[in-house]
Structure formats: C-alpha cells, structure tokens
Design a binder for this molecule. Structure first.
Ligand SMILES: Nc1nc2c(c(=O)[nH]1)N=C([C@H](O)[C@@H](O)CO)CN2
Length: 117
C-alpha cells in the first residue's frame, strides 16, 4: 500500500501527568504515516480522490487545541481513532514526540501502529 505522510507537525496542547503541567500549554510533534492507494488520485490528478494531508493536519490541530490528556499514550490513541474514522484510513503509524520533557533528550514519546496494511 502507498502512504501519505505528515512530518513534524507542531501542535500545542495541555499534556502531562504532573500538577504544574495542567496549567500550561506545551508543544508536541506529530509524525504520521497513513496507508492509502494513491493511484486513483494520481490517475485523475484529483484532490478529491487523495488523502488530503492539509485537511488531516487541520484535524490534528483542532484535536490538540481541545484536548487535555495526562499521557502522550492517550493523546496518540484517541487521535489515531479519530483520524481513522474521519478520513477512512485503513492503517496508520503515529509518533508523538514531547520535546524537552527529559533533560539531555531531544524528545521522548510514543509510536503506535493501528489498522491493517
Ligand atoms: N510513558 C510515559 N511516561 C511519562 C509521561 C507520558 O505521557 N508517558 N509523561 C510524563 C510527564 O508528563 C513528563 O513528560 C513531564 O516532563 C512522565 N513520563
């Protein structure tokens, strides 16, 4: 299967398990690979047949704006379910990075794979 991807999309949200994190907004980086058959959109040169990465990015942004989870695991799981339903995505790999959360690490986070290729 082909993929459509979004790399290092920066969103801000309420995220964190500690008390001090509940009162601030922090940045997360979203890396997403989505399974899609790109042949129909390529054959007709038609956006309406493509998995529109701009529309997916807007949806991720809106989700982050409204969410306030403690764990990046929860953020990833709920976002994956939302995107698969909203855009009819059969398979995805989603990585959520929390930059600077751990001293001396550029980023920490989770990566999940859901659905069938
Ligand atoms: N597996 C996880 N471990 C930790 C998380 C998390 O979301 N998943 N979160 C924290 C704190 O919120 C931390 O990021 C604050 O710097 C600790 N461990």
């Amino acid at each position: 299967m082909d993929t459509v991807f979004i790399e290092s999309l920066e969103v801000d949200t309420v995220i964190g398990a500690y008390d001090w994190e509940r009162t601030i907004r922090q940045n997360l980086l979203v890396d997403l690979q989505m399974g899609w058959d790109n042949r129909p959109s390529a054959a007709d040169d038609a956006l309406h047949l493509a998995l529109d990465y701009a529309a997916v990015s807007e949806s991720i942004n809106a989700f982050a704006q409204a969410s306030h989870f403690e764990l990046v695991e929860t953020f990833a799981e709920r976002l994956a379910a939302l995107l698969m339903t909203e855009f009819n995505i059969p398979w995805l790999r989603l990585k959520i990075t929390k930059p600077g959360a751990v001293a001396n690490a550029r980023g920490v986070g989770v990566e999940i794979e859901r659905g069938c290729r």
